[in-house]
Design a protein around this ligand. Structure first.
Ligand SMILES: [Zn+2]
Length: 255
């Protein structure tokens, strides 16, 4: 059997990774996911699955990048009222990311991209990225603009004709749409039900937990989701990530 045509780092052998590095693959995209409740209709793996999907699509689009296996669990303390959620302290997540980046840096990759898909992971990623960058030779690119990501997700809904806006995204129309697009079989369509609608205080969500705002763990209305909207969202976010990575790489590349 010849080498599989894949950007997934973990599916390659060590000689294949070595050859990839030698022939100019200098970037690794690291999804930062979670194992946490996503309402009665979506599995706990949602954020891990989406980070894996984006990492792979971004790496394929870049052409000179690999996608690392996503890091998880993440910081999901605010979902612990819901059975199954696994959470780690921010320090543990940050240490894991540090170790990931040190390892990949040692192998000679030049750009390490952190791609969080779960709200609770954005602050730890933001904190640790510059610290890691100071310790290693590779550049560290943190795709941690949560507001931009949520805006692009709402744009994706609109582009597919779904006239529904989610101020804070969790297990509603946007995330359900992505799952319909990439793993339809994991969506319990008979369990789709409305969650909390309207403005939400993110501070309250994080400090008092999701259950204080939404009994079923859902924000927004997953019944609005379509696979087409999921594809629009994936396209938009992938394009935004690729553009940002290319810009950051160009900024640190020697003249
Ligand atoms: Zn999620």
């Amino acid at each position: 059997m010849t080498a599989p045509d894949t950007v997934r780092l973990a599916e390659l052998t060590w000689p294949e990774v070595g050859r990839a590095i030698e022939s100019g693959t200098d970037t690794v995209v690291i999804g930062v996911g979670a194992i946490e409740q996503h309402g009665p209709h979506l599995p706990l793996v949602v954020d891990t699955l989406t980070s894996e999907t984006y990492s792979r699509r971004v790496a394929e689009e870049l052409g000179d990048a690999l996608a690392a296996p996503p890091v998880r669990p993440g910081c999901s303390g605010h979902h612990m009222e819901f059975p199954g959620t696994i959470t780690v302290p921010p320090a543990v997540l940050m240490d894991t990311l540090r170790a990931y980046c040190r390892s990949l840096d040692e192998h000679g990759f030049e750009h390490l991209v952190l791609l969080p898909t779960h709200g609770g992971n954005f602050a730890p990623v933001d904190t640790v990225a510059p610290e890691i960058a100071r310790e290693i030779d590779a550049s560290v690119i943190a795709l941690s603009d949560l507001d931009e990501q949520m805006e692009l997700m709402n744009e994706g809904l609109r582009a597919a004709g779904v006239e529904y806006e989610e101020p804070v995204i969790h297990a509603g129309a946007a995330e359900t749409a992505i799952l319909l697009a990439v793993a339809e079989g994991l969506v319990r369509t008979e369990e789709l039900e409305l969650g909390h609608e309207g403005p939400v205080s993110v501070t309250r969500l994080l400090s008092q937990g999701f259950e204080s705002i939404t009994e079923n763990g859902v924000l927004g209305d997953p019944r609005e989701a379509t696979a087409e909207a999921g594809e629009e969202i994936l396209d938009r976010l992938t394009a935004a990530y690729v553009e940002r990575i290319e810009r950051e790489r160009a900024a640190v590349e020697p003249e």
